[in-house]
Design a protein around this ligand. Structure first.
Ligand code: NAG
Ligand code: NAG
Ligand code: NAG
Ligand code: NAG
Ligand code: NAG
Length: 216
């Protein structure tokens, strides 16, 4: 019972945690890796800066490797300039990063089935401290899967979450009901015992008068 209840409560706790994460701070969430053909897909690449007061120079390189193909540079951000590279992606990539360069995402416009593959976001950050420079590197890999239609994945995940929430509530309700019933039963037991002892406490002559009159 306890282990079963634990397995029900853990996803519920996870949901609460996810809801709690919806605060406007820099959070390095795992990027989405499912795209639908004909839509726009944002490839998320977030690298939170630890010290905002430090001057930083950020260089971002996005690479793309088609399934079974060669890796190539598709997009670059350096020195405040964005540079789209030649290739199949040309004209379909938009910078979707933030001004403070904690978010260095790009968006693929009008995704095609051919856009599946491995995307790599390579961030190099040089932090200027008073006495020295510090180089910070980060790599985010996204194995993108493009589908023809919006998959059921999101809704199924959502319904799974709803199921867990429902289960949690049902468990709670069941517990409340059990406690309530238990109390009611024990109270009823008390009442029965009381009436039994009341009955026994009645004097013998009264008891006789209660009995079915004997026919003469
Ligand atoms: C994709 O982005 C382009 C450029 O911002 C925009 O014109 C287009 O409407 C977007 N398409 C969808 C499906 O959101
Ligand atoms: C998206 O791409 C398809 C095929 O490449 C093309 O037929 C369609 O016109 C494009 N849509 C937009 C909004 O660019
Ligand atoms: C996808 O790639 C195949 C083979 O490389 C090509 O024949 C086809 O036209 C491409 N489709 C799109 C929508 O770019
Ligand atoms: C990204 O940078 C790291 C460290 O500099 C390097 O090892 C890696 O090969 C780079 N990735 C790509 C795809 O170039
Ligand atoms: C700067 C920029 O283009 N931001 C956009 C990034 O993409 C989201 C949606 O994925 C838009 O809401 C932002 O405006």
């Amino acid at each position: 019972m306890t282990s079963w209840r634990k397995s029900v409560w853990t996803p519920a706790g996870l949901v609460l945690l996810l809801v709690g994460m919806c605060v406007p701070v820099c959070v390095e969430v795992p990027p989405g890796n499912q795209a639908v053909q004909g839509r726009n897909m944002t490839l998320a690449c977030v690298s939170c800066m630890k010290r905002e007061e430090v001057v930083a120079i950020t260089t971002v390189k996005w690479f793309y490797q088609p399934d079974g193909g060669e890796e190539s540079l598709i997009y670059e951000y350096s020195g405040g300039q964005t540079k789209e590279q030649k290739g199949t992606m040309q004209g379909r990539l938009l910078w979707n990063g933030s001004r403070d360069l904690q978010d260095m995402s790009i968006t693929i416009v009008n995704v095609t089935l051919n856009d599946s593959g491995l995307y790599t976001c390579n961030v190099t950050r040089i932090l200027h401290f008073e006495a020295h420079n510090h180089m910070d590197k980060k790599e985010v890999r996204i194995q993108l899967k493009v589908t023809e239609e919006a998959s059921e994945d999101f809704t199924s995940v959502l319904s799974e979450i709803m199921m867990y929430i429902l289960l949690a509530f049902l468990t709670l309700w069941l517990l409340v009901e059990i406690v309530y019933c238990y109390r009611k039963i024990s109270k009823a037991d008390e009442v029965t015992q009381e009436s039994v002892s009341d009955y026994l406490a009645i004097a013998p002559e009264n008891k006789e008068s209660c009995s079915v009159p004997v026919e003469e």
